[in-house]
Each structure stands twice: as C-alpha cells, then as structure tokens.
Design a protein around this ligand. Sequence first.
Ligand code: ZN
Length: 242
Amino acid sequence: MEHNADSALIVFSGGQDSTTCLAWALSRFQRVETIGFDYGQRHAVELACRSEVLARLRALSPEWDKRLGPDSLLTLNVFQQLGETALTHDVQISMTASGLPSTFVPGRNLIFMTLAAAQAYRRGLKHLVTGVCETDFSGYPDCRDDTMKALQVAINLGMQARLVIDTPLMWLTKAETWVLAHSLGGTALVELILEHTHTCYQGQRGERHAWGHGCGTCPACELRAAGWEQYREKNASGGQRA
Ligand code: ZN
C-alpha cells in the first residue's frame, strides 16, 4: 500500500505532550489524523479532554482545521485483565522494587504504537507521531529513543511498510516543550494547553493552578508544575508576548 509522505497519525491522549505533538504535526503535514486508547486508565478524564482539545485546535487555525482528519478511540481492557498498576487500579503511586514507578503499565507503549501502526497502514498515513520523551522522564523504558527506533524496525518488517515514528519531544525538557508550543501557536496555543489538556494521574481536574488543572501532588502534576515554572522563569522578560 502507498503511504502519503505528507500525512501523519498522532497518538493523542488529550495531555500536554500529545497536544503539543499534534500542533507540531498540523504545522508540518497536509493530512493529520488522531488515535487514542481507552485502557481503563484511572485518569479517564483525559479522554473527555480529547474532543475538547480537538475542537479548540480547529478553532485556533483555519489551516489546522483543514488538515485535521478523523479521530479514533480504541478500547483496550486487556491491561486491566493483565494485572494491577497504579494507572489502571486504585493502588498507591510509588516506586516499586524493580526501580520503576507503580504507574508503569508493562507493554503499554509497545501495544499502542503497534495498534497505531496498524491504523496508519490501513489509512495510508506514513508518519506516526508520539509524545514520548527521555528527558525529565519518569523512568519508563517504553518511552526511550531506542525502544521507538527498535519498534519502527519491527513494525516495518512485520507490516512490510516504510512508516516513520516521529518523537518531536524526545530530547526536550518540559520547559522546552512549552517553548515549542509557543513557537507553533503562540500564546493562544499555550493557553489552550494550560486550560484544556489533562496530565494528572489521579484524574483530578479540580483547582486551576498557574500550570493547569490537577491534584498538584502526583508525579505527573509535579512534573508539569516544575516545567511550567521553569518556562515562566526563562521567558518572563517578554518571551511570552505573542
Ligand atoms: Zn495530579
């Protein structure tokens, strides 16, 4: 099957990182589609944010509106069947004996990327874009650059295709991800991401902090708050003016 080089499928969760990746893709590719996964995550509120973010991105730019194609949401309850993690069950978020946080869902990104590749293959989309990141990272081995490169090889061999996995955030700090968002869509995009994307592992929207909504104490909220703080410090002297 011929895959259009000017097209991309974004693994889109409704969070800060994948929304920035979506804006990145919309500024680069003529045809952009999105895919998400309902895997029984505790922070299912993230899924509710997806459609809101998509609608607001369309409203932000007529060009992006034209490029943005259909969204699909796949249901995967297999992770809950496989066993408990702090992302899929009500257990404490902590470090485990293996040195990985209890929020680690083994195989999650491997499965997500494989399913996204299957969708891209069927839809004729060449690029697969994901917001995984090695910098500031929480120790998830399936977010590593090597993991993604190995997956790209395995997927292309297994599907006899030439798909490309793009990871625009791989080497950026959280503060640099805000800088990227600003360069793509100015203050309007930064505000959209602050207000409408979801990061909190506890699934709380709750209070609106300077960095967005969330419980403020889980590892995901702490990372987001620290990144915003750092971004604001560096860009306080006029860098924020759009
Ligand atoms: Zn939180």
